[in-house]
Design a protein around this ligand. Structure first.
Ligand code: ADP
Length: 446
């Protein structure tokens, strides 16, 4: 086992990782920007190193500074959390070269899944169902039109380097192809420095369903069931549930097993999420995230498995501690993301928290790094906490979620809590009747 882990992240996830390390008896190193000197993960870590000024590119994305922090503290492993360097194959490679373990999959697997065309090809080879579309990159308008005609309109032009929903354009008829292709390309070029695009069928009313997987790099892999993350705004998830309420249990088992088998074949190591769109009872792969996800606690809640603990274990060379037959699913869990944002306009609301009272009681977990008197810096994403609620049934879970949201107080800054107070009372939400467009329609964005 490792003796010292450096946590290359901030906020609630840095604290989440720190907690797993403490339970495993591993020393922790926090790194932080000058804006985060008073952060909770810095206070609770055994050691801390300041790695630069507030902008992320100078601190949390600054590989030389993080390598120096490893060197100074003698850390033997790095946990990247999510975001920042978590899907940076070069970072994983550099750590390897310095004999420091990257707590995550191999640089090769990060790379394959980081490029959408390669990811989709790999998914097909591994027997994962994908969205019908071009087999690889689409170069010319003429080629795009022929393909779109075969696939059937509407189609979606997507950037192979895409992320955060950028570089994606819908074409409803052949007349739209030229503009959609050019805009997707220029957006992708500006955002990712890579203008290569591909085409797939545009699904009209899908749900976003994902499967959590864990492998040990030695050919063992399990799935930990499904999550429904359809409630999104600008491709940002705001509410997540496990198990996916709209998928019948046998079908959850079936898609889970397809994913686990694929990860065994790939000899995948660590935690991963295979994301699908789900429409008319069919699954269509869209991408794989080769890291821990924000919404992992709902899966932990219904399986009783500590995903971060397993990540650390397998990275240290141990086998998975769980076999598929040991994985049982209990009840239902929902997570809502509490962001420091105006609940109507969604503009960030950094500043000082004057009063803080998290919800508690039966079935409630709060993952947050804020405290009363803490000042939320304006430089990073606005997630300040996650409220995760459990019930033996979805109904019980919703009842608890409603009272927990009403109980939660964050004063001094605006938060998304009032949005959740409304959502939890909406008939469609209570019925579990929503697709990936529901929230934007509800907010009047569509
Ligand atoms: P990104 O990496 O930018 O998040 P994804 O491939 O994960 O890109 O897609 C992001 C979102 O875009 C999905 O959650 C879904 O809402 C929408 N989307 C992607 N592909 C399709 C498709 N073929 N049809 C309809 N919507 C899609």
């Amino acid at each position: 086992m490792f003796s010292k882990v450096l946590i290359a992240n901030r906020g609630e996830i840095a604290l989440r990782i720190l907690r797993a390390c403490k339970e495993l008896g591993i020393q922790t190193v926090a790194v932080h920007s000058t804006a985060d000197a008073n952060a909770m993960h810095v206070r609770l870590a055994d050691e801390s190193v300041c790695i630069g000024p507030p902008p992320a590119r100078d601190s949390y994305l600054n590989i030389p500074q993080i390598m120096a922090a490893c060197e100074i503290t003698g850390a033997d492993a790095v946990h990247p959390g999510y975001g920042f360097l978590s899907e940076n194959a070069r970072f994983a490679q550099i750590l390897n070269e310095h004999k420091i373990t990257f707590i995550g999959p191999s640089a090769h697997h990060i790379e394959i899944m980081g490029d959408k065309i390669t990811a989709k090809k790999t998914a097909v080879e591994l027997g994962i169902p994908v969205v019908p579309g071009s087999e690889g990159e689409v170069k010319t308008e003429a080629e795009a039109k022929v393909l779109a005609g075969k696939i059937g309109y509407p189609v979606l032009i997507k950037a192979t380097a895409g992320g955060g929903g950028r570089g994606m354009k819908v074409a409803h008829t052949e007349l739209d192809i030229g503009v959609a292709l050019a805009t997707a390309r220029s957006e992708a070029k500006a955002a990712f420095g890579n203008d290569s695009v591909y085409i797939e069928k545009y699904l009209a009313k899908p749900r976003h369903i994902e499967v959590q997987v864990m492998g040990d790099g030695q050919g063992n892999a399990v799935h930990l069931g499904t999550r429904d993350c359809s409630l999104q705004r600008r491709h940002q998830k705001v509410w997540e549930e496990a198990s996916a309420p709209s998928v019948p249990p046998e079908q959850r088992e079936e898609i889970g097993e397809i994913c686990a088998a694929a990860m065994r074949k790939l000899k995948y190591s660590g935690a991963g999420t295979i994301e699908f769109l789900y429409e008319n009872g069919e699954f269509y792969f869209i991408e794989m995230n080769t890291r821990l996800q924000v919404e992992h606690p709902v899966t932990e809640r219904i399986t009783g498995i500590d995903i971060v603990y397993e990540q650390i274990r397998v990275a240290s060379g141990e086998k998975l501690s769980i076999r598929q037959k040991d994985v049982q699913f209990y009840g239902h869990a929902i997570e809502v993301r509490i962001n420091a944002e105006d609940p109507q306009t969604f503009t960030p609301s950094p500043g000082k928290i004057s009063f803080y009272h998290p919800a508690g009681g039966v079935g409630v977990r709060v993952d947050s790094a804020v405290y009363q008197g803490y000042s939320i810096p304006p430089y990073y994403d606005s997630l300040i906490g996650k409220l995760i609620v459990y019930g033996r049934t979805r109904h019980e879970c919703l009842q608890r979620l409603r009272r927990s949201i009403d109980e939660f107080v964050v004063d001094g800054v605006k938060t998304t809590l009032p949005l959740f107070q409304r959502l939890i009372r909406e008939p469609d939400i209570i019925a579990g009747n929503y697709d990936i467009h529901w929230l934007e329609k509800y907010l009047g964005m569509k």
